[in-house]
Ligand binder design. Structure first.
Ligand code: GLC
Length: 747
């Protein structure tokens, strides 16, 4: 365990225990009410609670609006909807449920509020580059407040899938490649969404997805086969899910893939044994879009009857858009293939959340047009979005301090369709809920607000939306560049190039944007590349030839202002990559916490008889944890409190960090360990702690971490989660590839 410096007062403990005493009667009263309802419900009404269908738009294949929607509600055959966002229609459906159905059980309305509802934050992968769980929690609370004010009870977020393959478009939705960073961010998101009181106006149910190992799809191809060991499953892909269960997440969503050859929706190991057993998860599990029905394509079920039995008996509770439970679960229960108590358990888990939301007391509580109008996009929310966008931006290169650009510059060329786009979710990124492209501050707008009134701004589109660059547009861009003192070149992906079902076999700049880059480069003008992307891109030519590169990602509603604040120096970038940027796609999968292998490449880089390529180095273009600043930080005096610790001791790790530059800045100090000899081969580095450290120009600070044996525990050869005595290295630095190191022994 890495113990952050927190002191818990006796008084706080007293309040906590009192709180627990109060909570019990409420829980008992709720359980009694649920049991009373269950005792009166027909089999059809119980199954109906577990039936969820889509609303006004599709977020999966083969969707068709159900013409019987209202009748199903009136008969008590639907428990929740997704993708319904019209308040008036929500009120009508809720009225049918609570006034016309027999049991009068309120509905829940769900939506993918993944990085904001109306005020859109940077895509989650960008947010992870902030390494700021507290700010991310605040952002999710904003998202929950806007969603709850708009009738939404439940978000299908956070997406907590670890991803080591940037060909997989959904890398954009998660927190990158590391289980430690991913876990800290995942639990912060759940706290942000759910808060302490689910019946409050600014909280909604969270849903951790996709359970599990969806990011391990072979070839980075969405929905593809996942084949991994239980050790890797537990060491890499499960920790963020365990973290959110410990944080009290209300629901978990199945993934589409198999784990150990069983679809996740039918996987008793994942759900019954690990999630509900080992972790004692008290919430409910929902399928992903018809992932139940897809068991037939997976070849583990012949028909819906088999699917209903497999899913329910493995621990899957709610059926999203699959029409499996509604069509086939009743005969399965009547035939005794699914115990009615198991059905009752699923319904109990689900209805418990309706009680916690307060829907039985006030089913219309989240439907208030006045509150919605007064809540969306208010200034404090936009300020939070701007701050998180600032912290998400990663400075990748800044040769000869080209950045920041002077505001009084004579003329500046802003080039690229992405620099002034209001299409294809370009700055918002995919999964942007009710985000409106018209609300976006584009880069060009940000620049116009920033430069002096004497500065001449030249804009040229340079290319079309998906990266096609006709000569005519390139020529216009070249002319603009030639007339400028500096060029801001916005290149990268549009909002539909990352996210679900957007796997890319080539992850360079899309289309022929590189042609545009080379033409502008040929003018000899200094260029700042503003990278807009939902994933790592392979940009070796740009890295070699362009003096300054800033990764803006897809920075949300305030993205253009955030970019301008960084480019012109009002904000000093502090972002660090949460995911490796490979030099070329041929290196993938490439991640920092890899094993050493039996034939690691030596310091000479000679690939002969080594785990290496004969045509490419092993090193990434930009490593995990990397990010530059307008100032510089120097690490020194890495000191351990002891060279030996016992299983119950705390090792204090101290390091001195100095801001050696002329500007204030923030450094994300990262702590890694390496277990040199284990009962199984152990990674070269494992992130175990990090801290954002503000330092004024010239200021030094001693940063302290506390390591216990819990932080050194791993899944050993006997598949036990334990720390083993032995020698360790500890690393501290501002990137996984730039660290000081010391040694210690665990006895
Ligand atoms: C999609 C996605 C999932 C989303 C769900 C509902 O298929 O896989 O992340 O929450 O459908 O929109």
């Amino acid at each position: 365990m890495l113990i952050q410096r927190t002191v818990v007062s006796a008084g706080f403990l007293l309040i906590l225990s009192a709180g627990l005493c109060i909570a019990k009667p409420i829980e008992n009263e709720m359980n009694q009410k649920i049991d009373d309802l269950l005792s009166q419900m027909t089999l059809e009404e119980k199954v109906g609670q577990l039936h969820q269908i889509g609303g006004s738009f599709a977020t999966g294949p083969d969707f068709k609006n159900d013409a019987n929607r209202e009748a199903l509600v009136r008969n008590g055959w639907i428990g929740s909807f997704l993708n319904i966002v019209d308040l008036g229609y929500m009120r009508e459906l809720q009225r049918l449920a609570v006034e016309e159905s027999r049991m009068k059980i309120p509905l829940m309305f769900a939506l993918d509020v993944v990085h904001g509802y109306k005020t859109i934050f940077p895509v989650p992968l960008a947010q992870a580059a902030s390494w700021d769980p507290d700010l991310i929690e605040k952002a999710e609370r904003v998202a929950a407040t806007e969603a709850a004010a708009s009738g939404i009870h439940w978000t299908f977020a956070p997406m907590v899938d670890i991803a080591r393959d940037p060909r997989w478009g959904r890398v954009m939705e998660g927190s990158g490649e590391d289980p430690c960073l991913g876990s800290r961010i995942a639990e912060a998101r759940v706290r942000g969404f759910q808060g302490e009181d689910l019946s409050a106006e600014n909280t909604i149910l969270a849903c951790a997805k996709h359970f599990a190992a969806y990011g391990a799809a072979e070839g980075g191809r969405d929905y593809n086969t996942v084949d991994l060991s239980e050790l890797v499953l537990r060491e890499v892909y499960l920790p963020p899910f365990q973290a959110v269960v410990d944080a009290g997440v209300a629901s978990v969503m199945n993934s589409f893939n198999v784990v150990f050859r069983m679809p996740a929706s039918a996987n008793a190991l994942l759900m019954n044994q690990i999630l509900k057993g080992e972790w004692n998860f008290q919430g409910f599990v929902i399928s992903d879009w018809n992932s139940y029905g897809e068991m037939i394509a997976h070849g583990v079920a012949a028909d819906k009857y088999d699917v209903a039995c497999l899913a329910m008996n493995a621990g899957s509770d709610v059926d999203m858009q699959g029409y499996v439970y509604i069509d086939a679960l009743i005969p399965a229960v009547k035939d005794g293939k699914v115990a009615e108590e198991r059905l009752n358990d699923a319904v109990r888990r689900f209805m418990k959340m309706k009680f916690k939301l307060g829907l039985f007391d006030d089913p219309y509580g989240y439907i208030n047009p006045e509150r919605m109008k007064n809540t969306l996009m208010i200034k404090p929310f936009q300020e939070t979005a701007l701050k998180l966008a600032h912290e998400s931006i990663v400075l990748l290169k800044n040769e000869n301090h080209l950045l920041p650009v002077q505001k009084k510059i004579g003329s500046i060329a802003v080039i690229g369709q992405l620099a002034d786009s209001r299409e294809f979710r370009d700055m918002l990124g995919n999964w942007c809920a009710m985000g409106d492209m018209n609300d976006v501050v584009t880069i060009l707008q940000g620049v116009k607000k920033k430069v002096s009134r004497h500065t001449k701004i030249l804009y040229a589109k340079g290319c079309e939306a998906f990266g096609q660059c006709p000569d005519s547009l390139i020529q216009e861009a070249v002319i603009a560049a030639e007339e400028s003192d500096v060029v801001l070149l916005a290149l990268g992906e549009n909002g539909f190039m990352s996210g679900e079902a957007t796997s890319r076999a080539y992850i360079g700049l899309p289309g022929d944007q590189i042609k545009l880059a080379k033409a502008v480069h040929a003018t000899g003008k200094p260029i700042v590349l503003l990278l807009m992307t939902g994933r790592p891109l392979t940009i070796p030519w740009c890295h070699e030839n362009i003096p300054a590169i800033v990764n803006i990602w897809q920075a949300g509603t305030m993205g253009g202002q955030a970019a301008a604040d960084v480019v012109f120096g009002d904000v000093n970038p502090s972002g660090k990559l949460p995911v490796t940027f490979p030099l070329t796609i041929g290196q993938v999968p490439l991640y920092y916490n890899a094993l050493n292998t039996g034939r690691p490449v030596g310091p000479d880089g000679n690939p002969h008889f080594r785990s290496a390529y004969i045509d490419c180095p092993n090193d990434p273009l930009y490593p995990f944890g990397f990010g530059l600043s307008y100032t510089a930080f120097e690490y020194s005096d890495l000191i351990l409190s002891s060279v030996k610790i016992g299983m119950n001791d705390v090792l204090t790790v101290r390091v001195n960090v100095r801001n050696t530059g002329k500007r204030d800045g923030i450094e994300v100090v990262q702590l890694y360990i390496r277990d040199l000899v284990g009962s199984v081969s152990r990674p070269l580095k494992e992130l175990k702690g990090f801290e954002r450290v503000p330092l004024k120009a010239g200021e030094s600070r001693q940063v302290e971490f506390h390591l216990t044996s819990d932080a050194l525990a791993f899944w050993s050869r006997s598949m036990t989660f334990e720390a083993e005595p032995g020698d360790f290295k500890v690393f501290v630095g501002g990137s996984s590839a730039d660290v000081l190191e010391e040694n210690f022994t665990l006895e």
